[in-house]
Design a protein around this ligand. Structure first.
Ligand SMILES: Nc1nc2c(ncn2[C@@H]2O[C@H](COP(=O)(O)OP(=O)(O)OP(=O)(O)O)[C@@H](O)[C@H]2O)c(=O)[nH]1
Ligand SMILES: [Mg+2]
Length: 219
């Protein structure tokens, strides 16, 4: 067993929903935010990482998630077999999806303010996981998100990989790499579809160093 496979999630529970910046929780734990277009699969991925079926609500009418939803998550890592497992708490944040057309401009502006206020103003934001639908070419919003993410920690993740053939996925990866200026080998492929799960353990392992380093630096 390699080092990576010893990383798992021990606990995950809903903490709070935030509709206005002034409601942001007063916590110093490192935060991992899941960002991406409405319906890209943010809530599904968060649930799959935590091995919980319905921690974050999925598949409702797209665009319904209008709040930032916070989840308490505890990672476990056993550095050496038979030694005690190290517990590292952090917070997962399910961000409201962007790009959903069927809402008023006023509502869209309010979401943008909330999203930007959080992304640019949150000191404890350790990592942005940027989700990209396997079936869509990345657009201006994705470029913007990639630029925001680049200024801190970012992981780029293709979702719904089960929808495309391997050759199509390879092409999409190349496109994303060129358009968002992210090295191809850093872009992960995931699927949360039951029976076709893909890339979830790897993503969990890639997230861990971001939250573990943050906790260390606070000691
Ligand atoms: N085939 C397939 N469908 C998926 C996958 N992940 C999510 N879905 C479906 O895509 C739809 C949207 O998933 P959500 O996780 O709710 O997406 P979201 O990004 O949280 O959406 P918003 O909260 O509206 O921004 C649901 O019907 C999911 O079942 C996947 O890996 N494969
Ligand atoms: Mg959602």
């Amino acid at each position: 067993m390699n080092q990576q496979s010893k990383i798992r999630i021990l606990d995950a529970s809903y903490q709070t929903s935030v509709h206005q910046l002034k409601q942001l929780p007063d916590s110093t734990l490192p935060e991992v935010a899941f960002a991406g277009r409405s319906n890209v699969g943010k809530s599904s991925l968060l649930n799959a990482l935590c091995l919980r079926r319905s921690l974050a609500q999925t598949g409702k009418m797209p665009g319904r998630t209008q709040s930032l939803n916070f989840f308490d998550v505890t990672f476990g890592m056993r550095p050496v077999p038979d030694e005690e497992e190290q517990r590292t708490p952090c917070t997962f944040v399910d961000l409201p999806g962007y790009g959903f057309a069927k809402v008023s401009k006023q509502q869209r502006d309010a979401w943008s303010r909330l999203l930007e206020g959080y992304l640019f103003g949150r000191d404890q934001l350790a990592l942005v996981v940027l989700l990209l639908d396997a079936r869509r070419e990345p657009g201006e919003k994705e470029k913007w998100m990639a630029d925001v993410g680049r200024s801190g920690g970012m992981l780029a993740v293709i979702t719904k990989a089960d929808k495309l053939k391997q050759s199509e996925l390879a092409k999409r990866k190349r496109e994303i790499s060129e358009s968002l200026l992210i090295p191809e080998h850093e872009i992960m492929l995931t699927s949360t579809l039951s029976g076709k799960l893909r890339g979830i353990d790897k993503l969990r392992n890639r997230i861990y160093p971001f939250i573990a380093d943050e906790s260390d630096s606070e000691d």
